[in-house]
Design a binder for this molecule. Structure first.
Ligand SMILES: NC(=O)c1ccc[n+]([C@@H]2O[C@H](COP(=O)([O-])OP(=O)(O)OC[C@H]3O[C@@H](n4cnc5c(N)ncnc54)[C@H](OP(=O)(O)O)[C@@H]3O)[C@@H](O)[C@H]2O)c1
Length: 436
């Protein structure tokens, strides 16, 4: 067997500890698969004295994690610290500049700096791998880079944030409202103390931008992702969706469309959507993630599994290490950075879809007529309209509406016509309906 692959590992939190446990537990199996031993030689974290529930005495320690990159006994650097910039980025740059391959689970860093890091890796012909950065334990990066590489992909979409999915599916099961379920998710460890990145769709946007680059050969463009989170979804929307035959999920979606100048334009959108109950994504519950990729020859593929957690995320990190042990390099985004296509973002508004709208209205005559007139004037065709019961005193009246398929722009125009109307007591909620 060849020389061991010697690993320098930064970050000994959930994922870092998981990687060490996995390498220890599956040691013989990994050696057989990789053709050489995977051997952790040195580690780094902030606090050396912290009890992490594992024995670290066999490994060297670096207080300054960037030093891992310059150690002669480290062949590959694993970054499991997190944060788009700061020490994680410093370490990533140090590793690649030293000509050492890098494995990371850091979606924020890859979404923001993936192209620059990939250029460095390509210039030195070393691997940059980030399977764990998208959908945790699901091998979707490998699935798109390798499994579907013979296809022109038509669409990639899915559930990329376990926290939001847990919140939405728990709201569905219990009838509780968003704030209550978020608090419970935080207590159970499914949501961070500061959940902003998750519930506002930023985390899913990081992952979507990475998938769009790999799947469509587009230059990574995180800044163009249009992301809306789940904070405005009410228990009443979920109940209404249920009556209509849908569930609500935060869906990250990307595809390539023709821009008005005829050039390809990239849609990257994270939005809560109504998902038909018969769609495979509708049964994805709790913190699970799932990604659908539609290839022109493969047809629809579904990748599903744990999107986070110690074991699943470590599984993805170590799979990358096995690739490196086997000397598999390859372009990080499937196509070398210089040949990725710069695509403008799609212009908002032209997309054809069915839409769910929820209005919070004053309880007085003429309100429904005013809303339907605005729809008519903007050319929106209404499929169904439901007023949710009579209000008790002081309670809101909700009006839910589903439109026939039409351009997004028409719905926006109708809402503009209703702007400032005294009939609406809160901004309307607009959710796209995912086709079956
Ligand atoms: N957790 C998941 O399920 C999951 C899933 C997919 C991807 N990821 C990604 O994996 C990465 C790690 O996540 P995690 O959940 O394992 O994080 P975590 O539990 O918070 O652990 C982070 C580790 O980094 C260390 N660290 C932080 N700042 C440091 C610094 N300035 N210098 C040295 N060490 C520093 C911490 O040291 P101390 O322990 O000494 O404080 C800790 O060991 C992140 O990029 C995350 O987005 C996580």
């Amino acid at each position: 067997m060849s020389e061991p692959l010697r690993i320098g590992l930064a970050g000994l939190g959930t994922v870092g500890v998981g990687v060490i446990r996995l390498i220890e537990t599956n040691h013989a199996l990994l050696s057989a698969r990789a053709g050489r031993e995977l051997q952790v030689v040195a580690v780094s974290a902030r606090d050396r004295s912290r009890d992490r529930g594992i024995d670290l005495s066999a490994y060297g320690w670096e207080d300054d994690m960037a030093a891992l990159a310059s150690r002669d006994d480290v062949d590959v650097v694993v970054e499991l610290v997190g944060g788009s910039d700061g020490p994680a980025l410093e370490l990533a740059n140090a590793a690649l500049e030293a000509g050492k391959p890098l494995v990371t689970a850091n979606k924020a860093m890859i979404a923001h700096h993936g192209l620059a890091l990939a250029e460095k890796a390509e210039a030195r012909d070393v691997a940059l791998k980030f399977e764990a950065a998208v959908a945790g334990g699901i091998p979707v990066v490998k699935g798109l880079r390798e499994g579907t590489s013979a296809n022109a992909l038509e669409r990639i979409y899915g559930i990329l944030n376990g926290t939001c999915n847990y919140i939405l599916s728990t709201m569905e099961d219990t009838g509780a409202d968003f704030a209550e379920v978020l608090a419970e998710a935080q207590a159970k460890g499914y949501a961070e103390a500061d959940p902003t990145f998750d519930i506002e769709g930023v985390d899913a946007a990081h992952k979507l931008a990475i998938l769009a680059a790999i799947g469509f050969g587009a230059r990574l463009d995180f800044d163009s992702v249009r992301a809306t989170g789940i904070t405005q979804v009410k228990a009443a929307d979920i109940a209404q969706a249920d009556t209509l035959g849908y569930v609500i999920r935060l869906i990250a979606m990307t595809d390539v469309e023709q821009g008005s100048d005829g050039a390809p334009a990239l849609l990257q959108r994270v939005r809560p959507c109504l998902v038909p109950k018969a769609h495979p994504l509708a049964s994805v519950d709790g913190p699970t993630n799932a990604v659908v990729a539609e290839g022109n020859f493969s047809g629809r593929l579904l990748f599903q599994g744990a999107g986070a957690g110690e074991g699943p995320t470590a599984s993805a990190v170590v799979a990358d290490l096995i690739d490196i042990a086997r000397d598999e390099v390859g372009a990080p985004f499937s196509i070398p950075v210089a040949r990725l296509t710069a695509m403008a973002p799609t212009e908002p508004g032209h997309r054809m879809e069915r839409t769910y709208l929820r209005f919070t209205v004053a309880d007085r005559p003429g309100v429904l007529a005013e809303i339907t007139a605005a729809m008519r004037d903007a050319g929106v065709s209404i499929e169904s309209l439901i007023q949710q019961g009579r209000p008790d005193e002081g309670r809101e009246v909700l009006v839910a509406m589903v439109t026939h398929e039409g351009p997004e722009r028409s719905v926006s125009e109708a809402l503009k016509l209703l702007e400032g109307s005294e009939s609406l007591t809160a901004p309307p909620l607009v959710l796209p309906i995912l086709p079956a």
